[in-house]
Design a protein around this ligand. Structure first.
Ligand SMILES: [Zn+2]
Ligand SMILES: [Zn+2]
Length: 178
């Protein structure tokens, strides 16, 4: 969905945005990510224009499918994003240092000054809120480092080192030094 700046009325524009799960992987660069949608994306977005700049506010809701960094299993991750930022035409970019100082607490993004790409904004906002190390549940036991079994589902009898190899190396060094 693309909105032309000239089509945004003075009182602003309210947009209801909805996309099915497959929308996420339509963009080629997102096909390789370990992130997918488990539910459609629903967003309510308001746009208003002040002197070429577009103020974007709104809410995005969906459920992501992520892979746990400990046990590697897929899991659902409900996501709610509140957004509030200004889109600046790139032609104003040289002056942004001053702009930044003036509006310290306002997030700023850039665009071509002509069209607002709602799909891109929603996708970027989702991506910004994906945790770097997603965990399926705080108590996730992860995989056995020896046999690779998922310790949430089964147990194993492997002897697991009590200390990490790094810690052992450190102990060794200390002994040497004394
Ligand atoms: Zn897990
Ligand atoms: Zn094991």
């Amino acid at each position: 969905m693309v909105i032309k700046v000239e089509d945004i009325p003075p009182e602003g524009l309210e947009i209801e945005f909805k996309q099915e799960k497959r929308w996420w992987k339509l963009e080629e660069k997102r096909q390789f990510l370990n992130v997918d949608l488990a539910k459609p994306v629903v967003a309510k977005i308001s746009l208003s224009v002040t002197r070429e700049k577009v103020h974007v506010t709104g809410k995005i809701e969906t459920v992501l499918q992520l892979f746990c960094a400990r046990c590697l299993e897929p899991f659902s991750f409900p996501l709610k994003v509140e957004m509030d930022f200004m889109l600046f035409p790139r032609s104003l970019a040289p002056h942004t240092e001053a702009v930044r100082l003036k509006k310290e607490d306002m997030e700023i993004e850039f665009f071509d000054g002509i069209e607002v790409d709602i799909d891109q904004i929603v996708a970027e906002q989702i991506f910004l809120h994906v945790p770097i190390k997603p965990i399926c549940k705080p108590a996730c036991k992860g995989l056995c480092p020896v046999c690779g079994k998922n310790l949430n589902k089964e147990t194993c009898t492997c002897e697991r080192p009590r200390f990490s190899p790094f810690y052992k190396a450190l102990k060794h060094l200390k002994k040497k030094a004394s």
